[in-house]
Design a binder for this molecule. Structure first.
Ligand SMILES: NC(=O)c1ccc[n+]([C@@H]2O[C@H](COP(=O)([O-])OP(=O)(O)OC[C@H]3O[C@@H](n4cnc5c(N)ncnc54)[C@H](O)[C@@H]3O)[C@@H](O)[C@H]2O)c1
Length: 360
C-alpha cells in the first residue's frame, strides 16, 4: 500500500470529497455532512414506508413473466413442481433440475399437460461440476435463463451427535453451497441482459433453531444471509434489472420433507398456497416473504423477550420436527439393492442412481 493511500486511510490526507473544503472547516464539514445524511435518510425512509403502506392497500403491480426461462431446482417433486406448474401457466419455459429422474419425468409430463414448455435435467446439486456443466447445456439448448429458483433442499433429521458427517456435508452442499454455484452460473447473463430474478427458498428454520434440525437450520440461516447479501451487492453495483426474493415458509403439508412433523398451534401450510405465494413474490419483486405472514410480527420478539420464553415457545410449537427418522421412512422392497448410506449422497426419500445430465 502506498504512503499516500495509508495517509488517506488514517485521515491525514483529504479524500476526494473533502479536498475542496478549507482545512479549518473540515471537522465541521464532517459533522454537518453526517447530520444532512441522517435527515436525508429519514425523509427517504418515510417515503419508502408511505409507498409500502400504499402498495399494501392497493396492491403491488405484477410483472408479466411470459417468454422467460425459469430454472427450478428440486423441480422433480414437492414445492418445486407446484411452482413450475404455475410459472408454465404464466408463459415461462420451465427447466427442471433434480436428482430424481422419475420425479422429473412425471413433472415434465404434468407441465406439458397444462400446455407448458418444459425440459428436465438430472443434476446432483451436491456437485459443483454437475451444476456448472448442466447450466452451460441449458443456456445452449434452451436459452438465456432469467428466473432462477433455488428450491431443492434436504433434511437429515437427527440429533447433531447422531448425524453422520456425510449427511451434514450433504445438507450444506444442497441447501446452500449449490446456491453459490447456480447463481455464479446464471447471474452474469442476467446482469448483461439487465433482466433476472433469483429466488431463495429458505425456511422459517433459517430464523428459529429447532432440535434435530441443527444442520438444516444452519444451512437455511446461511441461505437467508446469502439472499440478503446478494441483494445488497446488486444494489451497491447499481444492477437494477436483477431482483432477489427470499421465501421462508413454516412446515408444509404433503411435500414429503416434514411429513411426520409434530407441530402445534400453527397449522402446517398448504403446499399449493405456498407455491401461489412464491409466484406472487416473484411477480411483485418482493424482497422477502415469510409464510404465514404473521411471523413478520412475531419474529422480532425473539431478540426482545428473555431466552427461556423463546425456548419454551419453540419447544411448545414444535415438540418434534422429525418424529420418524428419515432412514425409517424408506420403504425398501426386500428384492431391491441395499443402499450404502455412507457413500450415498442422494436425498433419503429418493430414487435411483442417475447422474447424467440428459433431458427428459
Ligand atoms: N416441506 C416443508 O415443510 C418445508 C418448509 C420450509 C421450507 N422448505 C423448503 O422448501 C424447499 C422444497 O421442499 P419440499 O417440501 O418440496 O421438499 P421435497 O423433499 O418434496 O423436494 C425437494 C426436491 O429437491 C430434490 N433434491 C434433493 N437433493 C437433491 C440433489 N442433491 N440434487 C438435485 N435435487 C435434489 C429432491 O429430489 C426433491 O425433488 C426445500 O428447500 C425445503 O427446505 C420445506
Amino acid at each position: 500500500m502506498s504512503e499516500q493511500t495509508q495517509e488517506y486511510i488514517n485521515g491525514m490526507r483529504p479524500g476526494p470529497l473533502t479536498r475542496e473544503i478549507p482545512e479549518c472547516m473540515r471537522d465541521k464539514y464532517t459533522v454537518v455532512q453526517s447530520i444532512i445524511d441522517v435527515i436525508v435518510f429519514v425523509i427517504v425512509g418515510v417515503g419508502y414506508v408511505i409507498q409500502a403502506i400504499y402498495r399494501t392497500i392497493v396492491g403491488y403491480p405484477k410483472r408479466d413473466l411470459k417468454g422467460g426461462v425459469a430454472v427450478v431446482t428440486g423441480g422433480g417433486g414437492g414445492l418445486g413442481s407446484l411452482i413450475a406448474l404455475r410459472l408454465a401457466r404464466l408463459g415461462c419455459t420451465i427447466v427442471l433440475w433434480d436428482i430424481n429422474k422419475q420425479g422429473l419425468e412425471d413433472t415434465v409430463k404434468l407441465v406439458k399437460g397444462v400446455g407448458g414448455k418444459c425440459y428436465g435435467y438430472v443434476v446432483d446439486l451436491a456437485s459443483r461440476e454437475d451444476i456448472y456443466r448442466v447450466a452451460k447445456n441449458v443456456e445452449e439448448q434452451v436459452g438465456k435463463v432469467n428466473l432462477l429458483i433455488n428450491n431443492a433442499g434436504v433434511v437429515s433429521g437427527h440429533y447433531l451427535l447422531e448425524t453422520p458427517d456425510h449427511l451434514i456435508q450433504r445438507t450444506f452442499d444442497v441447501n446452500i453451497l449449490a446456491h453459490f454455484w447456480t447463481v455464479k452460473a446464471f447471474l452474469p447473463t442476467m446482469i448483461s441482459q439487465n433482466d433476472g430474478h433469483i429466488v431463495t427458498i429458505a425456511s422459517m428454520a433459517g430464523h428459529v433453531g429447532v432440535a434435530k434440525l441443527v444442520d438444516y437450520c444452519s444451512s437455511k440461516a446461511a441461505a437467508c444471509g446469502f439472499d440478503e447479501a446478494l441483494r445488497v451487492e446488486l444494489e451497491t453495483k447499481g444492477v437494477k434489472g436483477v431482483k432477489t426474493s427470499l421465501i421462508c415458509p413454516y412446515f408444509i403439508r404433503s411435500t414429503g420433507m416434514f411429513e411426520e412433523v409434530n407441530s402445534r398451534f400453527v397449522p402446517q401450510l398448504n403446499s399449493n398456497e405456498v407455491a401461489d405465494r412464491v409466484v406472487l413474490a416473484i411477480r411483485t419483486s418482493e424482497p422477502f416473504a415469510l409464510i404465514p405472514g404473521f411471523f413478520r410480527v412475531l419474529l422480532p420478539f425473539k431478540w426482545i423477550v428473555p431466552w427461556p420464553c423463546i425456548s419454551e415457545l419453540i419447544r411448545g410449537l414444535v415438540p418434534d420436527a422429525v418424529p420418524v427418522a428419515p432412514n425409517a421412512r424408506i420403504e425398501t422392497p426386500s428384492s431391491a439393492p441395499k443402499i450404502d448410506m455412507k457413500t450415498d449422497s442422494r436425498p433419503m426419500s429418493l430414487l435411483p442412481p442417475a447422474r447424467h445430465d440428459r433431458q427428459v
